[in-house]
Design a protein around this ligand. Structure first.
Ligand code: ZN
Length: 198
């Protein structure tokens, strides 16, 4: 698997931009992403922006639909430690998990699902086929946390969030909690507006 690691963070693109992360229940997150066809500078720019956005968040991974792009593209954080100054990431394009074995439950969160984590069952070990930023096919095995992140990010490309993989009871409770959070935020924004007007 180490052969596919690329230090994409060192791409030399002048206008790297931190993109806005879209959150649930935005319907964009429910859409199935389109395959990437063009391996051009625009794609490399998007990859660079996504890497920057992921490290800024910070997150273990980021899928293109999370920044509002319908592209089969995910970024996976491969830095050894969170505080690792030498940020490393890989881009997986049109990824396919074509084999999986074992299963494991662990706590998951998502940059697009605010204030919530839950236990999710995933394959322990997977085999992945994808293209890299230059369009070269890569094929590798992933295990444990690395495999979990890839499965989570690939779900985003199918319009699926980790909360779609928990019980409807738990999901219902989260929806209620989220309504409250969003209502409070809206209220705060209104108060701020009023203050600004004065
Ligand atoms: Zn996510």
């Amino acid at each position: 698997m180490f052969s596919v690691m690329r230090d994409l963070h060192n791409y030399n693109y002048s206008n790297i931009m931190i993109r806005k992360i879209i959150t649930y229940p935005n319907p964009i997150l429910k859409k199935i992403a389109r395959p990437v066809i063009n391996f051009d500078d625009e794609l490399k720019q998007v990859i660079s922006d996504m890497i920057e956005t992921m490290f800024d968040a910070p997150g273990a991974g980021l899928a293109a639909p999370q920044i509002g792009l319908s592209k089969q593209l995910v970024i996976i954080n491969t830095s050894k430690k969170e505080e690792d100054a030498d940020h490393k990431a890989i881009a997986l394009i049109n990824p396919q998990i074509y084999d999986g074995e074992g299963s494991e439950s662990a706590e998951e969160g998502c940059l697009s699902v605010i204030d919530y984590t839950a236990k999710v069952k995933r394959f322990k070990k997977i085999r992945v086929k994808a293209l890299d930023a230059s369009g070269t096919e890569i094929d590798f095995e992933a295990e444990d946390f690395f495999a979990r992140v890839i499965q989570h990010e690939c779900d985003h490309l199918q319009g699926k969030l980790f909360i779609d993989r928990i019980s409807s009871l738990k999901r219902g409770l989260y929806k209620k909690k989220l309504k409250k959070i969003l209502a409070e935020k809206e209220n705060e924004a209104k108060i701020k507006k009023r203050i600004v007007k004065r």
